[in-house]
Write a protein that binds this ligand. Sequence first.
Ligand code: CA
Ligand code: CA
Ligand code: CA
Ligand code: CA
Length: 298
Amino acid sequence: MTSPNRLCRIAYLLAVGTAVVLSTNALAQRNSETGIPGKQFMVARHTNRPPVIDGVFSPGEWAKAAPVHVDGNTPATAPGVVPNIGLPYLFPPDSPADSSFTIYTLYDDNNLYVAVDVTDDIVICDGPVPYLDDDAEIMIDGDRQPGDVHMALVCGPSNPNCPNPVVNNEGFKLTTSVCNQSLTDPSNNPSIVWESKAGLRPHGFVVEFRVPLDSINTIDTSWFSNLFPGSGFRRPQAGDTIGFNVAVGDDDNGGLSYLRTEPAPHTDSFTAWDGRSVGWYVFAERDWGNLYLAPHNH
Ligand SMILES: [Ca+2]
Ligand SMILES: [Ca+2]
Ligand SMILES: [Ca+2]
Ligand SMILES: [Ca+2]
């Protein structure tokens, strides 16, 4: 027969054991939470004084924005992930002076504005591929549903599994290099309208973007992400949260940058605000962060 004392002791051990298990779980959960992609969040404030898209970070121009600083010091987890996808010469930045950046966002009644202020100790533009030079890349997921960029790239007449082209404004990526070479992904949609301007500054460069809100659809019209797709067009409005990401490519050696196959003196890198390091896919809209369009006067 078990004595009351012994029962007490067992209960005590169970309680302690449970507490230990609980705290271990809590710790694991906290650790994994910081590693979950797609959770980064930033705020775009409304402005009546739009910034000038001239590649010059003028005093006061972005003062109303709530900036977010990104470096690659924790390359495995957001914020500041560096893809770990088997490219032998894609490295995390050596230091914030090697490659880091600050994101600024604002919007007005017709446009979203983004500035990426990049610190970079060796600035290179030798073409011809913009994303293999020093560059800034912004990603916008209006409908917060994945697959729009990817399906736009893979579908089309030559794909028997997906012969109809996918053309929408529900997900895209905009790239501008330090010497103002730009490209839009996907490239098949002329109604993704935007402008940008890059300019040098001491120890780095700045890229300013303007994206008309009418380039961004918040309605998911896609058969591949919605059993009952919506229709029509609704641009982002105050109070909305859209998918958003920013990445910076750092070419310090020229040529193919982080896609090169030979050693080189400096580290070439690519750092994104949000996303996953292992399994990184630049068009994984689900892994992009969140941009909240704060109501006016907030
Ligand atoms: Ca400016
Ligand atoms: Ca989307
Ligand atoms: Ca969609
Ligand atoms: Ca560089």
